[in-house]
Design a binder for this molecule. Structure first.
Ligand code: FPP
Length: 263
């Protein structure tokens, strides 16, 4: 009897390499971003086909606002067009869209379209697509800390009750399983202020392939690497149940460790 492959419940992706993809073709960077938008669709289809439940894409970091104004403008137009064009298609495929990050920085028109896309797809349940836009991991931690401070200030929370769970509950994506697998395309070996808190026990996988060149074979390679990893959550291999720890990090780390060692 063969065991079914371990599929990550939550895949988090840094889509890097659009600019270099365009430069290699002597085209403006925006052409690379357009090609990158096509790769987004391929990635969504792959997740739907494999039963991945959550896909989080780093579309625009807090730091990306510092890029040349024409590139930022082109990216904004791309986001708006993609939202308008793809919304029916996302509906048809059962994709629930969510955005994390500082939405107000995009201005009323884009923020309104983000709200509308979330409302229109809210009841879809095949795949949750989280688009991190104007997102930064440090900013996410800082705003969770601010929320804790506000709760303490009004007497809703005692300082001694502040623990990992209390902070984690105030972070982005706290209602979703944490990412099981992180993929970064484009050859850089770093996290670049993506989901700093949420990636604590995520398996990391990097590829030289540029984002617009993404294909099913590359994504499958990442899933195969994930399936071969032993997730220990700080324990020893001997403490893990037969067959290894669960494929998902859905359970908080402390609880996962307790479950695995049985006390
Ligand atoms: C990083 O490549 C990519 C971005 C900053 C933008 C990502 C945007 C898309 C893929 C467009 C569509 C997205 C959605 C969700 C509709 P880079 O420009 O830093 O590439 P480089 O490292 O080669 O310069």
């Amino acid at each position: 009897m063969t065991t079914p492959p371990r599929i990550p419940r939550h895949l988090a992706v840094i889509m890097d390499g659009n600019g270099r993809w365009a430069a290699r073709r002597r085209r403006p960077r925006v052409i690379g971003h357009r090609a990158g938008a096509r790769a987004v669709n391929l990635c969504i289809d792959f997740c739907l086909a494999r039963g991945v439940e959550v896909l989080t894409l780093f579309a625009f970091s807090s730091e990306n606002w510092g890029r040349p104004p024409d590139e930022v403008g082109a990216l904004m137009r791309l986001f708006v067009n993609a939202l308008e064009r793809e919304i029916d298609e996302l509906q048809r495929r059962g994709v629930c869209v969510r955005f994390v990050g500082e939405r107000t920085r995009f201005g009323a028109a884009i923020a309104g379209r983000m709200d509308a896309a979330e409302r229109a797809t809210a009841t879809n349940a095949r795949l949750t697509l989280v688009v991190a836009a104007s997102y930064g991991g440090r900013q996410d931690i800082a705003s969770a800390a601010r929320a804790l401070a506000e709760d303490v200030a009004v007497g809703r929370l005692r300082p001694e009750d502040i623990d990992e769970a209390a902070l984690g509950a105030r972070m982005a994506l706290s209602d979703l399983p944490p990412p099981d697998l992180f993929i970064r395309t484009g050859g850089e070996l770093r996290i670049s202020n993506f989901l700093l808190w949420q990636l604590a026990y995520t398996e990391l996988w990097f590829t030289e392939r540029l984002w617009p060149d993404l294909d099913d074979a590359t994504l499958q390679e990442a899933l195969d690497a994930f399936a071969a990893r032993e997730r220990r959550y700080g324990l020893t291999g001997e403490q893990l149940p037969v067959g290894g720890a669960p494929a998902t990090g859905a359970i908080p780390v402390a609880a996962a460790a307790t479950d695995i060692i049985g006390r």
